[in-house]
Design a protein around this ligand. Structure first.
Ligand code: MG
Length: 169
């Protein structure tokens, strides 16, 4: 069943935001790689890859629904950060905004009695709980360590990534 024009427009806008997050995280990853913090860099490279997957998941849904894919202009990401904290705080702000937009999409799906889209969005609702938790925790740890102790954060991120890899994630 095709989705409404309103829904197609709203999902296409979300495709743009997910690609925007992809670019933003690549910039943040590059900041950390340049700053001698390769574990943080690798973490944000991984986040960037996930955002790309999110964009593709929405894009594929637009295709599957018989609507037209229309990727909007993607604003340039912020490319300079004064501190690690500023970069991670920006990532958390992004996730909070994305969560709000996904909730708006769910509201629209409910309003339109669009059950297929609502069910598709469930995955993202759950995913955003995890993204907010991960980024909020990282910001807390970066704040607790402070800029001179970012190597401690590197070790934390490395151990966490190793544990997740070990758990088969
Ligand atoms: Mg995303």
């Amino acid at each position: 069943m095709p989705i409404s024009n309103t829904m197609a427009k709203a999902i296409n806008a979300q495709v743009g935001r997910e690609f925007g997050a992809h670019f933003q995280y690549l910039e943040i990853a590059s900041h950390f790689h340049d700053d001698g913090l390769p574990q943080m860099g690798a973490f944000f490279d991984q986040q960037a890859a996930e955002e790309h997957e999110h964009a593709m998941r929405f894009l594929q849904y637009v295709r599957d629904s018989g609507a037209k894919v229309a990727i909007p202009a993607i604003p340039a990401p912020k490319a300079a950060y004064k501190s690690s904290k500023e970069a991670v705080a920006l990532a958390l702000k992004w996730e909070q905004e994305v969560t709000a937009h996904i909730n708006d999409l769910v509201d629209l799906a409910i309003k339109e009695n669009d059950h297929a889209t609502r069910v598709m969005l469930n995955w993202f609702v759950t995913e955003q709980v995890e993204e907010l938790d991960t980024m909020g925790e990282l910001l807390q740890i970066v704040e607790r360590a402070g800029e001179p102790n970012m190597l401690l954060v590197e070790e934390h991120v490395r151990r966490k990534a190793a544990a997740e890899f070990g758990a088969g994630n």
